[in-house]
Design a protein around this ligand. Structure first.
Ligand code: PEP
Ligand code: MG
Length: 557
């Protein structure tokens, strides 16, 4: 057995084979080979696997969508084994001594061209099929995972690092856990893992080696331990831990329907953070009181091009409808920094975290912003909507955004499209500038939500993505907490409420501090709702709140 230590960022025990995530190469590699027979066999193996995958897809399609849908995959199976197609590939491998990827790419181009030049429109359409089949074989040859995992059994997915766009596209039913060499606890991939309830360990560094692929592994998402080829004793201990976790979860379930109130009668709202309409399942299953942060940018990350107004409207409406009158706060698109999207065509930046991101993009591209605002207002007719803007630094930004909202409302009124007149408008407090200006900003909006992930990053000048800065990136830093306290005071003076939607909100050791400061709402990953409720219900702040505030005054929290 070998033990590797990383940082546990999403709790839970995962057990299964290790599988490495490989990125799709931009282009298939091209090289000469010496052993043509071995290369031909490589192709034949990949072809056989493609045929098998297509067979599975055909079966799934037949069960879920009928014979016509299944027929498509059966046709693809036949194409993958077509003799002419195979001959073209064999020729390149045996005669030109080129690798299988090059041979498949060439055969694909040749057949696409042939089909596309035919007069018959049915035959022309086969060009797309041959491209699809070739892509499947190529991805097997390159070992790439393209939104799916080429394994029949669920795996522990290892990677150097995973971008949020990669994580979101993975088939979650195939993942037992994440292990990454890089990454940090407040990276969006860690946040996604927590939302999905999948154990995750980041920052294991060089210790994670490709040669471990396929080996039996156990990960402990609480301690950050990765056991490769675990011995009997470890397996027994971990199995027991897993059972204890299940038992603890059962106990937490009894808190459903209970209030988030301390023994001395202080109450706080506990809402959820989500990234997709499907996450509402987890919100309801964990008895979240509302949604305090819907990261709308995941709709964009999960798409090939800008989601249309209608597509966004449907997504927002689905969330509002399912939340059935409970508050839903949707954050406008927060792209940029670590969440990059090719089709946004953003220029490369030296310092993306401090660059063109979030509200800055929305204000710089008013048409893009307008589409999202229209979708949001149309959806507002279906529930209790709040809209908030990310990464605010100046009062003028908020005023400009509000002006655009007024324009959108006027348009919808003129078009006779229904929307709610009671949408709450808020901002995220993620920059020291916004916190310092919170007395003025409080007069502009209905609520604040403290994004402690970025507030920590910008206050402490510490990149949240950089695992090496772990010791310095400290969300408990008194500078961060003093800013939050100041924001709460300014908000309450102006009669508006304040939430905390960064990862610190789910930190059980901070619940008493937030209650003492007077935070009105905590928005956390769905699985954190019940543990937080238990902590709140066990707290008694008589006498203690003063102590906590005094410590904050001294800067010793
Ligand atoms: C935050 O910065 O705390 C926050 C909630 O936003 P995100 O993590 O999506 O940047
Ligand atoms: Mg943020």
């Amino acid at each position: 057995m070998m033990t590797i230590q990383g940082k546990g960022v999403s709790a839970g025990i995962g057990m299964g084979p290790l599988y490495f995530f490989r990125r799709a190469a931009a282009e298939a590699p091209c090289y000469t080979v010496q052993d043509a027979q071995a290369e031909w066999q490589r192709f034949k193996d990949a072809q056989a696997m493609a045929v098998e995958q297509l067979g599975d897809l055909a079966e799934k399609a037949r069960a879920e969508a009928g014979d016509d849908a299944a027929f498509l995959f059966e046709t693809h199976q036949m194409m993958a084994e077509d003799m002419d197609y195979e001959e073209a590939i064999e020729g390149v491998i045996r005669e030109e001594l080129l690798n299988a990827e090059t041979a498949v790419s060439r055969a694909c181009d040749q057949f696409v061209e042939m089909f596309a030049s035919m007069d018959d429109s049915y035959m022309q359409a086969r060009a797309a099929d041959i491209r699809d089949v070739s892509r499947r074989i190529l991805s097997i040859l390159c070992g790439t995972v393209q939104g799916s995992i080429a394994s029949d059994v669920p795996v522990l997915l290892a990677a150097d690092d995973l971008a949020p766009s990669e994580t979101i596209q993975l088939d979650k039913s195939k993942i037992l856990g994440f292990i990454t060499a890089g990454g940090s606890g407040s990276s969006h991939t860690a946040i996604l893992a927590r939302t999905m309830g999948i154990p995750a360990i980041v920052g294991v560094g060089d210790a994670l080696r490709m040669e471990y692929e396929g080996r039996s592994v156990i990960v402990d998402g609480s301690t950050g331990a990765v056991f490769i080829d675990p011995d009997e004793d470890t397996t027994r201990r971990m199995t027991q831990r897993r059972e204890e976790q299940v038992a603890r979860q059962k106990m937490l379930e009894t808190l459903k329907g209970q209030e988030n109130v301390t023994r001395d009668g202080r109450s706080i709202r506990v809402y959820c953070n989500i990234g997709a309409p499907e996450d509402v399942d987890a919100v309801l299953a964990n008895d979240g009181g509302g949604i305090g942060l819907f990261r709308s940018e995941f709709l964009y990350l999960n798409a090939e091009t800008y989601p249309t107004e209608d597509e966004q409207f449907e997504a927002y409406k689905a969330v509002l409808t399912r939340m059935d009158g409970r508050e839903v706060i949707i954050r406008t698109c927060d792209i940029g920094a670590d969440k990059q999207i090719d089709y946004f065509d953003l220029p490369r930046e030296e310092n993306p975290a401090m660059g063109m991101r979030a509200l800055r993009i929305s204000l710089s591209r008013p048409d893009f912003f307008r589409t999202q605002l229209r979708a949001l207002y149309r959806a507002s007719a279906y529930g209790k909507l709040g809209i908030m803007f990310p990464m605010v630094t100046s009062v003028w930004e908020v005023r400009e955004a509000k002006k655009l909202i007024e324009r959108v409302k006027a348009e919808l009124t003129q078009e006779g499209v229904p929307f709610s007149e009671h949408v709450q408008i808020g901002i995220m407090i993620e920059t020291p500038a916004a916190a310092v200006m919170s007395d003025v900003l409080a007069r502009e909006v209905d609520f604040f939500s403290c994004g402690t992930n970025d507030l920590t990053q910008y206050t402490l000048a510490c990149d949240r993505q950089n695992n090496d800065l772990d010791r310095f990136y400290d969300p408990h830093h008194p500078a961060v907490l003093r800013l939050i306290r100041m924001v709460v005071e300014n908000a309450h003076k102006n009669g508006i409420w304040v939430g905390v939607c960064g990862e610190l909100g789910a930190d059980l050791s901070m619940a008493e501090t937030f209650l003492s400061i007077g935070v009105d709402e905590l928005s956390v990953t769905p699985r954190a709702v019940l543990p937080l409720r238990r902590t709140i219900r066990e707290a008694n702040l008589i006498g203690k709140a003063q102590e906590i505030l005094a410590a904050l005054d001294r800067g010793t929290v």
